[in-house]
Design a protein around this ligand. Structure first.
Ligand code: TYD
Ligand code: MG
Length: 456
C-alpha cells in the first residue's frame, strides 16, 4: 500500500510545511509543528444541504434592523455579544479547562425557553449533562442534548431537528470522518468549524462553539478558528476565585471593549451586574495597605480594591510579587516612589494584589497602587472613603485618564466622599450633584501628602 501523504502543520497558525521545522516561519512560535495526513478540503461550492443559493441585493435595501437579536436571557452575555445573539452567527467561547464554559453554555441553553436548543457534547455523556442541569436548577422543555463527536451524524440530526440554537462542546472533540487526522488536529478543527459556519449561515442558526485554551493562554488551533468565527469570547478568571470575566476579543456584531462578569456558585453562574459592590469590602476600612481605584474595563466603570504589603526582605534580593497587576508596571511605580517621594524600598519585599482575582490593565490604577504601597510602608490607613483614578508617569507626574466623569460618578454612587485625579483636566462635566469631593493633584509628592487627610 502506498504510504499516506503527510504534511507538517503549525498548531498555532496553520502554516504547512513538507518537513518538520522547529520554529514556524509564519508566526514565529517554537515547536508547534505536528504531522498530519494531507487532506483535500471541501471547496466553497459544496453546500451542506445543497441549498446554498444566495442572491445579490442592493446594499441600501438591506434592513439590518429587521433581523432582531435573540435575547439569551443572560444580561451579561447579551452585553458582550453587543445586544444579543445574531441569527446565523458563530460564537467561539474559549477558556481554560474547568473555568465554566460548559456551565455557561448549558445555563444559556436552559434559559432560552422560547427556542429549541440542541446541546451537543463530545466530552460528556447525556447523564453528566443532566447532572449539571440539575445543579443549575433550571428547566427548558425545548432543550435537547446529544453526546456525539462525528460530524456526519450531527448534520443528520440538525437536518431533522432544525434547532433554533446549536451549542457544540467542544470544537476540539469534533471529527469529520472524511479526514484521516485525529480529533483536535488543525485540519479537523478547520474543517469542522468551517462546515458549522456554513451551516450557521445557510440556516440562520446561531452556533456556539466551545474551545479549549492551551497552557500558554491561546486557543488550541487559535488563528484558524479566530478567522473563521464571527465572535470570539474569552472566559477567564482565577480557578481559586469565584469571579469569571467574559470578554469579547473579536466581534463582527458589536464592540470588543465590552465585558461581562459572573460569579461561580454552587448552583451555576450568577451574573454580577454591579461589580463594584463585590470588589470592595467595607470591612477593610481602617486597615493599612488598602486603596480603592475607580477603573474602567471595557465600557464599564467599577471600583476595585488594591492591596499592598511592604515588609523587610528576609533574604538578599527583595521580592516583587503582583497578582492581577503588571509586575513591570509595579517595578516602575516603585522606582518613581523611591526617586520622587524618597520612600526607601530597595531592601523591602512588596506584594500587590487586586481583589477578586481580577486582572486589570487600566493605567488609572497607578495612583491607587502607589497609595496602597505607601500606606502599607508607613502602616497608616488611607483617609476614609477616598478613592483614586490617575495614571502615574515616569517623572512622577499625575496624568489624566479616559472617561473621568464616569469614574467619578461610579465612586460617588458607591458612597465615596473624595476621589483623587489628575490636575490636567480643563473641565469636568458632571451633570448631577455628586456628593464627592474631587481632589486634583499634579505630582506624586503632592498626592502622597494628602493620602491620610480625611475630607469628610
Ligand atoms: P465546567 O463548566 O465543567 O468548566 P469547563 O467546561 O470550562 O471545563 O465547570 C467547571 C467548574 O465549575 C467545576 O470545577 C465545578 C464548578 N461548578 C460550580 O462551582 N457550580 C456549578 O453549578 C457547576 C455546574 C459547576
Ligand atoms: Mg466543559
Amino acid at each position: 500500500m502506498a504510504k499516506a501523504k503527510t504534511v507538517f502543520v503549525c498548531r498555532n497558525c496553520g502554516f504547512e510545511s513538507p518537513k518538520w521545522v522547529g520554529k514556524c516561519p509564519s508566526c514565529g512560535q517554537w515547536n508547534t509543528f505536528s504531522e498530519e495526513a494531507v487532506v483535500k478540503t471541501s471547496g466553497i461550492t459544496d453546500t451542506i444541504f445543497g441549498t446554498g443559493h444566495s442572491v445579490p441585493v442592493k446594499l441600501h435595501e438591506v434592513d439590518y434592523k429587521s433581523q432582531p437579536r435573540l435575547d439569551t436571557q443572560t444580561g451579561e452575555l447579551n452585553r458582550v455579544l453587543g445586544g444579543g445573539l445574531v441569527r446565523g452567527s458563530v460564537i467561539l467561547i474559549g477558556g481554560e479547562p474547568g473555568i465554566g464554559k460548559s456551565t455557561l453554555a448549558l445555563q444559556v441553553a436552559l434559559a432560552m425557553v422560547n427556542y429549541k436548543v440542541l446541546y451537543i457534547s463530545g466530552e460528556e455523556s447525556v447523564q453528566q449533562i443532566s447532572m449539571r442541569a440539575e445543579r443549575i436548577n433550571r428547566r427548558n422543555d425545548n432543550c435537547y442534548v446529544l453526546s456525539e463527536i462525528s460530524l456526519q451524524p450531527i448534520f443528520n440530526h440538525l437536518q431533522q431537528m432544525k434547532p433554533d440554537i446549536l451549542i457544540i462542546d467542544s470544537v476540539q472533540t469534533l471529527q469529520d470522518e472524511n479526514l484521516e487526522s485525529s480529533p483536535g488536529s488543525i485540519s479537523q478543527i478547520r474543517e469542522c468549524a468551517g462546515k458549522l459556519m456554513k451551516f450557521a449561515k445557510e440556516t440562520a442558526t446561531p452556533v456556539f462553539l466551545i474551545g479549549h485554551i492551551t497552557k500558554d493562554g491561546t486557543l488550541a488551533g487559535p488563528k484558524i478558528l479566530e478567522h473563521i468565527v464571527d465572535t470570539v469570547l474569552l472566559f477567564e478568571g482565577d480557578q481559586h476565585y469565584m469571579y469569571r470575566i467574559l470578554r469579547a476579543t473579536k466581534n463582527r456584531f458589536g464592540a470588543t471593549a465590552e465585558l461581562g462578569i459572573f460569579e461561580m456558585l454552587g448552583d451555576g453562574l450568577r451574573e454580577v451586574e454591579n461589580p463594584s459592590e463585590v470588589l470592595i469590602n467595607n470591612n477593610n476600612e481602617g486597615l493599612s495597605g488598602i486603596a480603592t481605584a475607580a477603573t474602567i474595563d471595557g465600557m464599564r466603570p467599577f471600583l476595585i480594591e488594591v492591596q499592598a504589603l511592604v515588609s523587610t526582605a528576609a533574604y538578599g534580593t527583595p521580592q516583587r510579587v503582583s497578582t492581577g497587576y503588571d509586575v513591570r508596571r509595579l517595578n516602575m511605580l516603585l522606582a518613581v516612589l523611591e526617586r520622587k517621594a524618597g520612600f526607601k524600598i530597595a531592601t523591602r519585599d512588596v506584594f500587590l494584589n487586586l481583589a477578586g482575582g481580577l486582572r486589570v490593565s487600566d493605567p488609572a490604577l497607578d495612583l491607587s497602587v502607589i497609595a496602597a504601597i505607601l500606606s502599607s510602608g508607613v502602616d497608616k490607613p488611607i483617609a476614609k472613603k477616598m478613592c483614586f483614578s490617575a495614571e502615574v508617569g515616569l517623572s512622577g507626574e499625575i496624568r489624566p485618564v479616559t472617561r473621568i466623569e464616569n469614574r467619578i460618578r461610579e465612586a460617588g454612587r458607591l458612597g465615596f466622599t473624595s476621589i483623587m485625579i489628575s490636575g490636567a483636566y480643563e473641565k469636568i462635566n458632571m451633570p448631577g450633584k455628586e456628593h464627592i469631593k474631587v481632589i486634583k493633584v499634579n505630582r506624586v509628592e503632592e498626592a502622597l501628602k494628602l493620602l491620610f487627610i480625611s475630607k469628610e
